[in-house]
Design a protein around this ligand. Structure first.
Ligand SMILES: [Zn+2]
Length: 203
């Protein structure tokens, strides 16, 4: 597990999260069917979801809307998208499983791409917190609110705790570099674009 994965909160108490092979962009363009998104096995008890010669082990259990804040692509204006995720229920153990696209950060409003992008702009590109906020925050920033960004501080503090570093900016830089290291091999560009791409692929 990469330290930046610890930017996530602990596993949700309500549902177990399973990541799709699709990233948010692909998922939004062509939302998978209940069959296409069905995990191969239950993450709770390990039972097969399609055992040969028997009924389904994981039944479709409806849809769940997730708000996802941040720029939908590295060049786009920040916004809030609604991602419709798929739920399943295990016949064997009763676990409820939420299948989400890569890049979703459980129990955070922003995705991993936006978080890694923001940390990189702030700690690696040297942008000020208000500038990062204008780029990444899903709401317009006006007047007196434009002096800092508490959300950015929270992300940097989460990285600091996860990485065991004393300095907030050093921790943000390290987390952004780790995300950049996860970018697909054909992506080229400045490190903050790589951090975005690596975050978008994170599962
Ligand atoms: Zn199960």
């Amino acid at each position: 597990m990469l330290p930046v994965d610890l930017l996530r909160s602990p596993t949700s108490r309500q549902s177990r999260i399973v990541y799709s092979a699709l990233d948010v962009k692909s998922w939004m363009q062509a939302p998978p069917s209940v069959e296409a998104a069905r995990p191969g096995a239950c993450p709770g008890c390990g039972a097969a979801s399609r055992p040969p010669g028997a009924g389904l082990g994981l039944h479709g259990h409806g849809l769940r809307e997730r708000q996802l804040r941040g720029p939908p692509t590295v060049d786009a204006a920040s916004t809030t998208q609604v991602v419709v995720c798929r739920r399943y229920r295990c016949v064997g153990c009763g676990a409820v499983i939420l299948v989400v696209p890569r890049g979703i950060a459980p129990r955070r409003h922003y995705g991993h791409a936006a978080i890694a992008f923001a940390l990189a702009l702030w700690a690696l590109a040297g942008q000020t917190a208000p500038a990062v906020r204008r780029r990444v925050c899903a709401w317009p920033v006006t007047g007196a609110a434009a002096t800092g960004w508490r959300t950015l501080r929270r992300w940097a503090d989460a990285a600091r705790a996860a990485l065991g570093l004393a300095d907030r900016r050093a921790a943000a830089a390290r987390a952004a570099q780790i995300a950049a290291g996860r970018a697909p091999p054909l992506i080229a560009g400045p490190v903050w674009e790589l951090a975005y791409a690596g975050g978008a692929a994170m599962a």
